[in-house]
Each structure stands twice: as structure tokens, then as C-alpha cells.
Design a protein around this ligand. Structure first.
Ligand code: ZN
Length: 408
């Protein structure tokens, strides 16, 4: 029997692992409350003292900041460069699903912050081979992206001997309250494997059931413990030192640095995944097929916890968006080399029968988590949650993946 949190929209079937107590409150909501109770001024002082030690006396960079152009990239660089006064080396992994808006935001980011940036472009033939396999095996077209963006900063740290990597939010904390902020949990190989990579490291992809070889996967292999210890590499999360609030942070970035945002079909949120033509579309749909909920539930939960939506308003929004049309599926099918009909057939096969009821040959009725969430209470009016939209994902051009782009 699935249990639901009384405060947010998550259940104890959350893939990151969520604990619901005997008062029906989840671990994510409990840890979120620390944002209102901890002494954040002194936590920020702690961050200042911690990072001060890494200021380079030579001309080397002080730290590495992984960016995508979307997500929290602007806010992290803002804190690192303009508040902590560090000199970061930005690093970005090219996931090949880049939207024109993402390329524009990334280009504006390095200009506005006057930062150097390194790009990692893994050979696209290997990326496609890997993605074909992970899609089939792990039902994920994002494995290579998560693997690349979590390993490339560590490889650069090793090669350039820059020990400190600064990340934004710890997802395990933000969503399911895995650790208290006071534990100041840092990046680990273990978390990356278990959660980002769904239990599969690059080496684990080398099996007889596919034609992948070491040349295809070696760019995704995590540096050895010895290499990590030699440089003293550590990765810290700003969300342990700043009460993380993506909506407010993004709005500040729009005002200060002209961060560009856009509408999405499948969520009310307009700030997070502007860099990608896949994440809020086919990737999000696969999440719904497998897990019975999609990103709009994450967004609504976040806003409920920040008290900008009531639980009932959140449920209404989830129901409005989660079955919305998927866009640009053809772009992904074309990129990876499958016919649209084969793609549809494959995505249907991913539908978990816990959350989808088969009704006829090609028809399924959705029976995911939102069906179990109470909406009987009458709501007179749904409060509008306001997001700034100042651009669009494909910049008024024909939708496409920018496989390689540097912007202006
Ligand atoms: Zn909760």
C-alpha cells in the first residue's frame, strides 16, 4: 500500500527513497523546515571560511563550477564569483540535446560573469551507442548526460589540480530530505552511482548484450580514489549553506543578468530546464511511464513546501499538466536513429502496469499517483503562481538540437 505525505505530493514510492512518519509527514518536508529554523547567516559565514582556504595564490583557478546554462547555473556562478569573490573555472558537458535558448543562456553566462569555460564533447557516435543501450536497459535517455556532467568536473579537478568543486543543490536533500543541511554532505562516487546513474557506472555498461567497448565509455569513468586523494578533490553543495529557493533565485538572476526563461508544455515552471529540448518532454514522459508521476509533481511539491501553493492547488496543477502533449519527440528519435512509430511502441512498453491500465491494443489509461491524491475539497479559486517568461525554447526558429554551439 502506497503512503502519501499529508503536506506535499510525494509518496513512499519516490525513487530516491522517502520516509513517511507516523504523523504522515515525509522526510523531504521535515528537512525543508530547516530552511526556516537554521541560522543561515552563520551557515553562510561557514561557507565563506571554507572556501577562503581554496583561494589560489598563483594564477590557478580557485574552484570548478559545473554549469549547463539552465538550472541553477547563474545563481551558483553569481554566489561563487560575485559574493564569495572566487575565480571559478566553469565546466560544461555537452549533452547534445541543447536548445537554442540553452546555448544563448550559456553564452550570456560566461560573458556577464567574465569566466573561462571548458566544454566536453564526447564523440557523438559513442554517446548514441550508450544512449541506445541505457534507454533499453535502464529506460533512461539521460544516463550519458548525468554521467558526463557528474564526472567531467572531477576529471578537470584532477587534471588541473583544482581541488574544490562547487555544486548548487543536493537533489537527495531537496526532494526527499536524505540528510540534514547541518550534516554538510559532500559529493561522493557512491551517491553518483546509486542515484544519478541508477546503479550503473560506465564500466558496468560493458557487457556482452551490447557492442559497447572501453573506447565508448572511458570518458565517463570516475577518477580513482588515489587520484582524488592526491589532489584532495571535494565537491560541496551551496544548498547546505544557503536556504535554497530556486524560484526566488532565478527571478533575481533574470533581473541582474537577463537570464532567459520559457514556457513548457508539461509544467507550470518556466526556469529550470531551458537548456534542453528533451528534459521536459520525452525524458519527462518516460518518468511518468515508469514512476507514475512527472516533473510537474516535483515542481508543485517544491512550491507547496515554499508555501506559494496549497496542497490542493498543487494537485490541480499536476492534473492539468502531467498528461500534456510531448513535444520534439521526433528530434530525439531522429538524433538516435529510430523511426517515430518504433519510438511510440517502445515508450508504450515502458508503461509500468502499477500506474497504467491496458485498455485495448494501443491504449492505456493513466492510473498514477495523482489519481490517489485527494481533490474533493472545493476550491473557490486557484491562486495563480506567477513565473516570468521572457523568451522561448527554440528562439522562434524551427525546433532543433544544437549539437555543437557557442553562441555569441
Ligand atoms: Zn512531504
Amino acid at each position: 500500500m502506497i503512503r502519501y505525505c499529508k503536506s506535499c505530493l510525494y509518496s513512499d514510492s519516490h525513487p530516491l527513497g522517502l520516509v513517511i512518519d507516523d504523523k504522515n509527514l515525509c522526510s523531504g518536508c521535515k528537512i525543508h523546515k530547516e530552511k526556516y529554523t537554521l541560522d543561515w547567516a552563520s551557515r553562510f559565514e561557514k561557507l565563506k571560511n571554507l572556501t577562503k582556504k581554496y583561494k589560489s595564490n598563483s594564477k590557478n583557478y580557485d574552484c570548478i563550477v559545473p554549469v549547463t546554462g539552465g538550472g541553477d547555473s547563474y545563481f551558483i556562478v553569481h554566489i561563487v564569483k560575485n559574493v564569495l569573490k572566487l575565480n571559478p573555472l566553469l565546466v560544461t558537458y555537452n549533452n547534445y540535446y541543447n536548445s537554442p535558448l540553452g546555448i544563448k543562456n550559456l553564452s550570456n553566462l560566461r560573458i556577464k560573469f567574465d569566466c573561462d569555460i571548458l566544454f566536453k564533447n564526447v564523440n557523438p557516435i559513442s554517446v548514441k551507442k550508450i544512449t541506445k543501450y541505457t534507454l533499453r536497459k535502464l529506460h533512461s535517455l539521460y544516463w550519458h548526460s548525468l554521467a558526463g556532467q557528474s564526472v567531467y568536473p572531477v576529471q578537470v579537478a584532477k587534471n588541473f589540480k583544482i581541488p574544490l568543486i562547487i555544486w548548487g543543490a543536493h537533489q537527495g536533500n531537496e526532494q526527499v530530505g536524505m540528510f540534514s543541511h547541518e550534516q554538510e554532505v559532500e559529493m561522493t562516487r557512491r551517491y553518483r552511482k546509486d542515484h544519478d546513474l541508477m546503479g550503473y557506472e560506465a564500466e558496468d555498461l560493458l557487457v556482452t548484450e551490447n557492442d559497447l567497448n572501453m573506447d565508448d565509455v572511458h570518458e565517463y569513468i570516475y577518477p580513482s580514489d588515489k587520484d582524488i586523494n592526491n589532489v584532495g578533490i571535494r565537491g560541496i553543495y551551496l544548498s547546505n549553506y544557503i536556504p535554497w529557493d530556486p524560484k526566488t533565485q532565478h527571478e533575481k538572476m533574470i533581473k541582474l543578468y537577463k537570464y532567459k526563461t520559457c514556457d513548457f508544455n508539461r509544467t507550470f515552471e518556466k526556469y529550470d530546464h531551458t537548456n534542453c529540448n528533451v528534459y521536459m518532454n520525452i525524458h519527462d514522459y518516460i518518468k511518468l511511464c515508469k514512476n507514475g508521476y512527472s516533473k510537474v509533481t516535483d515542481h508543485a511539491t517544491r512550491e507547496i513546501r515554499h508555501k506559494r501553493l496549497t496542497r490542493y492547488e498543487g494537485i490541480k496543477l499536476v492534473k492539468k499538466y502531467e498528461l500534456a502533449k510531448v513535444k520534439y519527440e521526433n528530434l530525439f528519435n531522429e538524433w538516435i536513429g529510430i523511426k517515430d512509430e518504433s519510438g511510440d511502441f517502445f515508450y508504450d512498453k515502458l508503461k509500468n502496469n502499477k500506474y497504467w491500465i491496458r485498455d485495448g491494443v494501443k491504449k492505456y489509461i493513466f492510473n498514477g499517483h495523482s489519481k490517489n491524491l485527494e481533490t474533493k475539497k472545493k476550491i473557490k479559486q486557484i491562486k495563480k503562481i506567477y513565473y516570468i517568461k521572457n523568451s522561448n525554447l527554440n528562439l522562434n526558429q524551427k525546433p532543433k538540437f544544437i549539437v555543437f554551439g557557442k553562441g555569441i
